[in-house]
Design a protein around this ligand. Sequence first.
Ligand SMILES: [Zn+2]
Ligand SMILES: [Zn+2]
Length: 787
Amino acid sequence: MAKYDPKTREKYWQDYWLKEGIYKFDPNSKKPLYSIDTPPPTVSGKLHLGHVFSYTQAEVFARYRRLAGFNVYYPFGMDDNGLPTERLVEQELKIKGSDLPRDEFVAKCNQLVGNYHQIYRDLWQSLGFSVDWSLLYSTISPEVQKLTQTNFIKMYQAGYIYRQNSPALWCSVCQTAVAQAEVEDKSFDSIFYDLFFRDLKGNQIVVATTRPELLPACVAVFVNPADSRYLSLIGTKIFTPLNIEVPVLTDSGVKIDKGSGVVMCCTYGDETDLAWIKQYSLPELIIIDSQGRFNDSCSLESMRGHTITEGRQIIVDYLKSKKLIGKDLPLVHDVGVHERCGHPIEIINTPQWFVRVLDIKDELISLGKKVNWFPAYMGDRFTTWVENLKWDWCISRDRFYGITIPAFFCADCREIIVSTDPRHTCPKCKSINLVAEKLIFDTWFTSGNTPEINGKYVPAPMSLRPQAHDIIRTWAFYTMVLSYYKTNNIPWTDAAISGHILLRQGEKISKRTGGGELRPEDEITKHSADAIRFAMCAAALGQDAYYDAKELENGKKLVIKLFNASNFCFKNLSGHRPKALDLNTLLPLDCWLLVKSYDVSSKMQKYFESYDYAHARNLLTEFFWGVFCDYYLEIIKKRVYDLPVDNPDKISAQTALFYGFNNMLIMASPFIPHITEEIFQSFYPDKIPNAPKSIHLSSWPKMDLPSDFSTLDIQVKSILEIVALLRAQKAKLGINIGAEIDTLSIFHPTLTATALASFEFDLLAVSRAKKLTLTKSDEIKVEIING
Ligand SMILES: [Zn+2]
Ligand SMILES: [Zn+2]
């Protein structure tokens, strides 16, 4: 047989699978349904190895379920609108969305997105993904737009969505409101400044802050009620360094030992400010506009029109000149930044649309407990996220490329009309002066509907949501929120959460960090799709893992070894006419090998059912390398080489090879689908009755183990141990492994002469001894006697 060349053969089989519709979903199938809510990748740049890691794991589950007899629904989607896509278009075309008429910008986005669809699809194809491409959806498609808008209208009418001009998290670089889930902590070098306030008697009161630029927005100061230093101040007023009078209030959240123990409350520095403004009914003083610049309400005129960073310097210089600022202490502290651009998030007042989530925290937590999370602790992450929510979900974005919010405002009476129909008149004042909402939806408000998008073909709840752990707080969470409001039920029964692939300690590969020089396309060309898939299944589900050269090597070696083993098996099966399997016709060793392959398949099945692909993979490789290749093939060589065609002992070994090897191919096929198909197709189709068109349409190997199997298992393990000791002994004595010896003396505590007799031919063959002796002994050992 020729050499196996993955470069040409992998592509060949991928085309074959497509052409033959091997993975086509059959809506009329009688098999139990298994539906996968595949993550639609955000179209925001080239896919990286992190995607390959996470998606390969889900792909392996799909293949396993198909073999296990399920009607597998495995679609793909593209999440191709919203801020990430806009940023991609802006970067690639070197334009700015805000500088172009919206239609023009959207047209450019559509075009670029089309190119990326092809790039993404090509990558998944080249990894051999068993996706039914006819189920492909795009979140910017008219169909999905309509579904999203309809859901919005229904939820608004039910009171689950509201519009409010209220403080919202805001990115002044991306010029849009963002949701809590899009904010991440980043360490910044900062300075803790002492600002000099004074009380009504003129005494200096020090207030420490990292944000002196918010001083013009200070509406109160807070102290801890138990702080004895300030008892006389509580309830009075003090003057800020800008000579504005503010009240001194108390809150037990103020840390006595931090700074001077007096803190500013500004509109808005952070979420604490926001809570205090509400709780103590304080006034708002908004000094920063949506561009992130100081507006005309800022009492220090020289700051107006400047950015936040500039404003900070201006006010620090000003206070220094007035000697109203004391020591500055450098410190590193965490600031909430926008995950897309890394720029600090502000809180500003804008009219936005919100989905109520704070009201339904308990319901979401109990819904989360109904989902089977794999690994289980990922369910706790979901719960913790929900418990710590501080904001309702802001679903509006001040951007261009996305689904428009179907709402109008009456120019005459300010009534809000939620509808997709632009021909409305105002229901309140009958005016026809309606102004359309300019905001678009947060993409999660669309991609949170994937179970419903897939609902065109399969019912909810779907069987599986596979996704990475960093989007539990977004995609998983938003899907749960929408599912709760739409169906009051879970969106999927199982959630399998993958980790990240890492390059160096702690550095995940993502679109932002890149992944260095390692492009998935190049890696596939270099190592083969099968080797990469194998390597990606090394780490346990949910665990972050390194992109490991050793695992890639192991994958390549497995492919070669399988191919070579198949050459050996098929050569020795030529002329063999397989019959229906009857274990009673087999020699004990052959019977054991074959039954053992079913035993391994049943154990793998248990692992697969809890989404533990890594243990399943390792069981298979241990059996293939450690039992089948290292022992079984070596031991039976002589029987299949030397005995005549019709010798039952030869036929026994051939039968075990014929069925056992096919079992191993099927068990390996979810991980390495190309080489297993290659080997299967080169031999099996015309030898199995009703052979499937592809190994991937086979059935998972299943057999009830014979009741006396454990006795046989113990015997064969003894035999294998004897072979191992024999090899070690030969090596120790410097005897060539294939060299003949006179006597193999076996010492064993339990092995009987009768049991040994049924393995005698094989033991003599593998040891190249002329005779065997057996002695009862507490210790297992072998001795080689020559002459
Ligand atoms: Zn941003
Ligand atoms: Zn009106």
